[in-house]
Design a protein around this ligand. Sequence first.
Ligand SMILES: NC(=O)c1ccc[n+]([C@@H]2O[C@H](COP(=O)([O-])OP(=O)(O)OC[C@H]3O[C@@H](n4cnc5c(N)ncnc54)[C@H](OP(=O)(O)O)[C@@H]3O)[C@@H](O)[C@H]2O)c1
Length: 366
Amino acid sequence: MASSSPTLSSEQDKGLGWMEWFRGWFHLIHEVLFQRITARNLQNPLPLPPLNGVTCIVTGSTNGIGLEIARQLAESGACVTMAVRNLTAAHELIQNWQNHRSNTGRLNIDVMELNLLSLESVVRFSEAWNSLSKPLHLLINNAGIFSIGEPQRFSKDGYETHMQVNHLASALLSILLLPSLKRGAPCRIINVNSTMHLIGFVDTNDMNFISGKRKFTSSKAYSSSKVAQLMFSSILQKRLPVEAGISVVCVAPGSVRTNVARDLPRIVQVAYHLIPLFLFNAQEGSRSALYAATDPDIPKYCGKLKADEWPVCAYFSYHCRPMSPSKEAHNISTSQIVWEKTLNMIGLPSDVVEKLLEGKEIQCRL
Ligand SMILES: NC(=O)c1ccc[n+]([C@@H]2O[C@H](COP(=O)([O-])OP(=O)(O)OC[C@H]3O[C@@H](n4cnc5c(N)ncnc54)[C@H](OP(=O)(O)O)[C@@H]3O)[C@@H](O)[C@H]2O)c1
């Protein structure tokens, strides 16, 4: 997402070098202006293989990119759970999709409640899903917020809302679903990240943006949450033994015309919706996640991380090519701190991955 203007801020001297900051903005502007040209060889919709027998969870699938991911996976034969906070909207969507398929068989799709603004809701969702004892082949952490121009807000768990929805809650979900993912191995966790991670960094002493040292803006909070997700994903992939068969991948969808702009001032919103020439539609924006979910070569890219010298998890660009995430995301010691602080914030013990893979019970201290 590249909606805010590149105003100079104190960002550069507090964690992100000038060069990195300018390079990040260059990539963002380049993405908006040239993504259609760069991705011109990609088909739309992305052709998917038959996915019968594949079980998927897609978070935030009532709108935008997530809606497209869920619909296309289900239409390719997968069994999809829409993990959403608006159950009525999800049921209406399913009804509508089923109505258009009278001759082609019913979609295998259901709905479960998940509100990422509540860590308790994540725990309830995971317990309910794990209790089905089904294998989980694809977890797509798509739901996200970018409350452009809004004042700082906190969840009822006490966390800054971008950090909670975009990183903490999806991290908790990924970990708590490990028993089901293990049952589905080889399987994948796909995180819908953002090119905006290139202009962000995580202040590990203030992941919750409360010290007052950094002036809060929604862009800083959004980009920090995406860097945190990327760093956490890298350490998660390192902690998962190869035999577990779980691949962790981050993707950038491109700059996509979705509801993500709902909080923009009215006049900017009009402009935003007037530049379809540059922006992807949601179906185009779903391609990188669907590619990461279905391309047979993905585990090879994830295996690379096992070599200690490679610090960052697999990352795919909006044109479905492997891309190198920011220099910041390559910082293994910061990633390790982000991993530890995240586990602490979501109430999980430091050996949670090992325990869950051994089939042991864990307590989430919320
Ligand atoms: N659009 C872009 O240009 C762009 C660029 C880079 C990355 N992304 C990323 O792509 C992902 C999808 O965004 P989008 O553009 O499709 O935005 P969107 O149209 O606003 O869709 C976001 C989805 O997330 C759900 N969601 C938000 N808060 C939630 C919560 N507390 N609990 C559960 N679900 C929640 C929304 O549910 P409701 O329907 O109930 O609101 C909605 O279904 C996000 O992670 C975003 O950061 C988008």
